[in-house]
Design a protein around this ligand. Structure first.
Ligand code: GLP
Length: 258
């Protein structure tokens, strides 16, 4: 697990955009696993700028999103499909047909989950999976208690998550309480993983993810088992890490060596 601590949110966004750009420029057919939530928005804006300024092309890429709410249609403004279209897809050259998001309004969610897994396999697996982290340490919508080898399936959202995400919903709007999400086992099969987090409200989740024991109760801690995962965070999110200085030393050494 590589831990990269940067001063500001903007640096975190630039680092993650450069990381994704590198993956796309070295493999124009890259299969990207993408995330929603507020954490990746600044990274997506930088990718859009790189597309506009430096002709970074996503034409031959394929994307698979982590999750989608159950109970709202893909054309609902609150769906993760619309989030991705608005925050990224409509500003870059990826054909929408290449972008995959679980269909949370399917009448057969179990079948939809299986097809999603099959589709990921048919594309040869995910090359780079981008993740945010919930305050309760969830990844995707794998809430505390999720099996560390879980696959794409329906999950009920915890009260913590419903409360944290209520900031995106107007009081009169329907807020979903379940989702279709890639499982932790699905996520761990990605060749590379990049998790981003900023702000002090994520500090405890990052502490559990990086330095806690591996436990289903802290789903992101499963990333400790992945051979190529990078955690990029700002100083506020890093404030509870015991080995902060060591991670910074390691990153300095990596920079000098490259
Ligand atoms: C949602 C998403 C996660 C995301 C998390 C954190 O619950 N399903 O993929 O990581 O929120 O969101 P934010 O970045 O807004 O804090």
């Amino acid at each position: 697990m590589k831990v990269v601590i940067l001063k500001t949110e903007d640096e975190v966004a630039q680092y993650s955009a450069d990381f994704i750009s590198h993956s796309v420029t070295t493999n124009k057919n890259a299969v990207l696993g993408l995330a929603t939530g507020s954490s990746p928005i600044a990274c997506y804006q930088k990718l859009i700028q790189a597309h506009q300024r430096a002709q970074l092309s996503f034409k031959h890429c394929t994307t698979f999103n982590l999750d989608e709410y159950i109970g709202i249609c893909p054309d609902n403004d609150q769906s993760y499909r619309q989030f991705m279209n608005e925050q990224l897809y409509k500003h870059i050259d990826i054909p929408l047909l290449n972008t995959h998001i679980p269909n949370g309004s399917s009448s057969d969610l179990e079948h939809e989950a299986k097809c999603y897994e099959d589709k990921i396999k048919a594309f040869g697996g995910i090359d780079l999976q981008l993740l945010g982290i919930g305050r309760n340490c969830h990844i995707g919508f794998n809430e505390p208690g999720s099996s560390l080898s879980s696959r794409t399936r329906v999950k009920s959202l915890s009260n913590d998550t419903i409360l944290a995400n209520s900031r995106f919903f107007k009081p009169e709007e329907f807020q979903p309480s379940s989702a279709l999400t890639m499982g932790i086992g699905t996520i761990l099969e990605a060749k590379k993983i990049l998790l981003i987090a900023t702000g002090e409200q994520k500090a405890l989740a990052i502490k559990h993810c990086v330095e806690g024991p591996i436990s289903a109760f802290f789903p992101a801690s499963a990333l400790q088992q992945h051979a190529d995962s990078t955690i990029v965070i700002d100083e506020a999110a890093a404030q509870l890490l015991s080995s902060r200085d060591y991670y910074m030393l390691e990153e300095d050494r990596r920079k000098q060596a490259s």
